[in-house]
Each structure stands twice: as structure tokens, then as C-alpha cells.
Design a binder for this molecule. Structure first.
Ligand SMILES: [Fe+2]
Length: 178
């Protein structure tokens, strides 16, 4: 029997979490279709997906709950009503996630509690919290470059995110030229 092209066993699938993706196309499409602002501003789905990438990079380093971090990335700004001052958007994002649990995604009570807090508090500038919340907030703050702001190290929560920014700041400018 040929090796190397075998279909992974159920055991392997479970280990790799195949078929158990948190951010499905259906979830993302549903979130996009209810979002009031489209993708032309600073808080649209391009931003959500960059936060998702940042979160996926950070979570294995911080020990955060990856599922919560992934859900945070697509829910935290999903209820924004404008691109500027919108102090209630984090709370609305948290409430919306609660409403959509069981319809668009599954999460345990503990995960839901973390997701709720991460969304509700994400714009308050906090740095001290559970490591999963910290990872969510850092994933968001690492994307501040899109609005022309370099993330400040003292506003980041986790050593992993601080290291990423420190590394970026050390890079010679010519290396950043396309
Ligand atoms: Fe954000």
C-alpha cells in the first residue's frame, strides 16, 4: 500500500481539528451582511481578518483560548455604527455574540464569558486581565498601523505582542519598502 497519500484517520482529524473550524464562511458572511459600515473604513472585515491572523499568531505563545480569540476577532467591531466615536460598540458586540451563540457558532459557558468580556471591554484601554482577554486586545491593537498609529508597547498586554512590535521597530526602513 502506498504511503504518503493516505486519507487521515478519524483520530488524526480530531487531533488537527479538521472540520471543527470556528470561523466558518457562513459565520463570516452572516456577520458581513448585518454590518452597517461595509469594508471601506478602518473597522470592516479586512480589519477583522487581520485581527484574526494576529490572534492566531499570538495564542500559541500566550496560552490563550484560541476559539475565544478567533470569535473576538470577528465580533468585537461588528456592531459599530460609525467609524469614529462609538463608545457602545464593544458592549453591543458582546451582546450580539451572546445572541448568535448556538446559531452561528458553538462555545462553552466559560468561553462565552471570556468572549463577552473581551468584546465589551476591548476599547477601554485595559492591559490587566485574563490571558485570553489580553491576547484578544493585543491582536486588535497590533492592527493600529492601519490608522497610522504605531502600537505603544506600554499599551500592549502580553510579552509576545510586545516582542512583535519591538522586532518591527528594529527593522530598517529600507526593508519595509516594497
Ligand atoms: Fe478592532
Amino acid at each position: 500500500m502506498a504511503h504518503g497519500h493516505e486519507i487521515p484517520s478519524t483520530k488524526t482529524c480530531v487531533r488537527l481539528n479538521i472540520g471543527k473550524m470556528t470561523i466558518t464562511e457562513k459565520l463570516l458572511d452572516s456577520l458581513k451582511s448585518q454590518f452597517l459600515l461595509g469594508d471601506n473604513g478602518f473597522h470592516g472585515w479586512s480589519h477583522w481578518l487581520r485581527v484574526l491572523e494576529n490572534g492566531r499568531r499570538l495564542a500559541p505563545l500566550t496560552g490563550a483560548n484560541l476559539k475565544v480569540v478567533e470569535l473576538f476577532s470577528v465580533f468585537h467591531d461588528s456592531q459599530r455604527e460609525n467609524e469614529g466615536f462609538d463608545p457602545g460598540h464593544g458592549q453591543r458586540g458582546a451582546d450580539f455574540a451572546v445572541e448568535m451563540r448556538g446559531r452561528w457558532f458553538e462555545a462553552s459557558d466559560q468561553e462565552m464569558d471570556l468572549l463577552y468580556q473581551a468584546c465589551a471591554l476591548h476599547a477601554k484601554g485595559l492591559t490587566q486581565a485574563d490571558v485570553t482577554l489580553q491576547t484578544c486586545w493585543d491582536a486588535d491593537r497590533l492592527d493600529l498601523g492601519r490608522v497610522g498609529i504605531a502600537p505603544r508597547i506600554d499599551r500592549l498586554c502580553t510579552p509576545a505582542a510586545k516582542k512583535i512590535i519591538e522586532h518591527q521597530m528594529k527593522m530598517p526602513l529600507r526593508k519595509l519598502t516594497p
